[in-house]
Design a protein. Structure first.
Lengths: 228, 228, 228, 228
DNA sequence: TATGAATGAGCATTCATTCAT
DNA sequence: AATGAATGAATGCTCATTCAT
């Protein structure tokens, strides 16, 4: 729920364009969104010119405004389009029968893999979120899925006596999620190359320890090491 | 160490200007840097126009180029100017006699306080770092001080058998540092208000647990709770 | 008779569209003309976009060109549509038996009332006439009805020795008609509020005196005052 | 004091540019204003492109915005520049010793001559005033000088028993002034060619009669005819 | 006829950067 | 060093007009 400031006068509700009414319109809009993604990933949000997008889409310059009122709006459409694509495969939540560590490890690995796959978009989203508060909110909402699942998981473990009951589950979930997501950013956007297994193992280990989760005997061997 | 890409043609060696030779020159340059900080914090890096800066500084537009070759360059000067201001008071490193938990808590608290004090600048740095790879490096270097101190500390604790010897100290230091810095960003830039004490305690608790650091008996009472 | 210049390249023969052949066509055309009037009166000629008109008419953008070749052409159609509406009820011309002053007063009052009723259109016509010479002619033709009737009236009075024989009847009619029409513009378009009775009386008084028309005994009491 | 409407959202206070601080700046600004006048008179307000103005002035396109924020603003500057030029030589007001008719005749003639001299500008002002309410006000203010002088004159004559005391002097002055100014527009802008002497005589005759001003014996022979 | 999407010329506007004084 | 005016490339955006369906 954070609210960013540093905006001032950039109100601009960006009067929404009507959605296309014909099949051709749908196709043209889709071409534009797809072209926008290409151009944004290639040139970054700021350097992307609308002319580049329409050229890439093979439409006239004016056609852009049939569907979008601004660069921000088409960027939002790009994010919408790739929403599913970016959702790290929803690993099932922890249930009583599961090995909590294995579940956490699987979640972290899935997150990192998804991040790696969409690194260009993640870089882009970071860029735009740092510039435009509207997209800071989008980023926040997007992270919430990950964070809230983790928060529920922590509470569940706490209830079963499997996690330190003294930490604020919500805050811990946020902090640990940031640890993972920022590490992913460092690795796949900034290029601080690290092995996926090493990352998964270390992050999982830190996470598990941080919450005081006991490791199960015969745990997933990919999570090496254990506290005696 | 990370190298960012997404640059292409933006080479721009940014031909450095000579430092001012006269006292008047020194004063004018200082006025410009100070004005730049004001304008950047108020309008953000992108919306700040050089004309705004010179107006704020009370100089003519042309005078800007006597001292700086570009907006980036004066932004670098701003960062240089506030370098000390932003350094969270260097808490001394862990030595044998110290309570490790207390030291970590002090470090986290100092970091958060510094972040809160310089929130406007941190937002700015995040903005520019997301846009311009040169400043992504600056951010990285800046974080390194914090991260490396933490890495040394971890190694030191591992050597004394006070921290889990199986985690990669460097990677753990990075991950945990990101956890703290990103939580600070969330709190003080995005406005997800949290109490400083709660933050310090929770982050310290997670940190300490993550590394398997045993809490000293009679520990700092501000670090509430303990693993039995 | 006047010919305006300031045109040059704006020839544009405005290839007239064929009138609609089907009943549906007639209805669509009528809807467009009606919508155009609404939009023109609301936004002015210049700010009215063809898209606004078609939207208001509930037709597709392309349908406009089935009936009109340009904004000018549909404006002409609007003027055509409201022609009768704008004609100030034709007061009968002065005949021997009438009281000339009463007739003039009735004419002025009718003109003012009509102007007040169609103020939005008159403003519009002034706007377009000032911009487009074709419509300056339309305005001129429209005024001619009023002016020529007045000219005939003056000549008639002169012949009967009831008006100063030395003035050029045509010129006087034009000048006095402008006096009335411009006063109407001032009042109903520019909003220089004046009472209709006061206006009618004063304008009639000035008109009558200007031509040296003797007032009949027992004249219409609404025309107060008299030259002894 | 009439207030026009038909504007809606066109607020735009047109943030004023600072006046030039150097001699060169003064010269450039003057070149722009002069060029604007040329282009406006040649192409009309609407068809004039800013590029035409800067080209005519021999400056870069961007220089326009150093001095003006919009086409409206430079048009206001043009009007300002020609203010004196357009003021019909201030004929002295009627004093007791003067022949009222001669004074009125002189005023009308001066007005017509000034109008003829500045016909291109008057056409322009009519155009813009019909489009932009701000300039409708300018036109109104400009006319007021003429109208108010006439109102004072009428009152003066009424006091001396030389003009019909029953007419509202203000309204009569406005109506008669409109008669003259609109006739001038007809003649010099719309091209309804008329001889200056004929116009002056007829308008003066109508004016004088309208107010019931007695003609002096041995009056100015240019005012032919008299009521016996 | 009607539709609504596609077109693209046209123009205003910004602002970093240069330069004469 | 300082000044502030001049420059002009770069682009977003509008909207009348056309056209395939």
């Amino acid at each position: 729920m954070p609210r960013t400031s540093n905006d001032a006068d950039e109100a601009e509700p960006a009067e929404l364009r009507e959605p296309p009414r014909t099949a051709r319109g749908v196709r043209t809009r889709a071409r534009l969104v797809s072209a926008a993604r290409t151009v944004f990933e290639r040139d970054g949000f700021l350097d992307a010119r609308l002319a580049d997008i329409t050229t890439e889409a093979g439409t006239a310059a004016g056609s852009f405004y049939t569907y979008f009122a601004s660069k921000e709006e088409i960027f939002a459409a790009v994010l919408e389009e790739v929403k599913e694509e970016m959702l790290h495969p929803q690993v099932r939540e922890v249930t009583s029968g599961d090995d909590p560590v294995a579940v956490i490890a699987a979640g972290n690995r899935a997150y990192l893999e998804s991040y790696a796959r969409n690194a260009a978009l993640m870089r882009l989203l970071e860029q735009v979120a740092a510039i435009d508060d509207r997209f800071a909110d989008v980023r926040w909402q997007r992270g919430r899925a990950f964070t809230e699942r983790n928060a529920r998981s922590i509470r569940h473990l706490q209830e079963r006596g499997l996690a330190d009951p003294d930490v604020d589950a919500g805050l811990a979930a946020t902090a640990l999620s940031m640890m993972v997501s920022r590490t992913a950013y460092n690795t796949y956007v900034l290029g601080d190359d690290r092995d996926l297994d090493t990352l998964t193992d270390t992050l999982t280990r830190l996470w598990v320890n941080a919450l005081g989760i006991p490791e199960r005997v015969n745990a997933d061997p990919s999570v090496k090491g254990s506290r005696p």
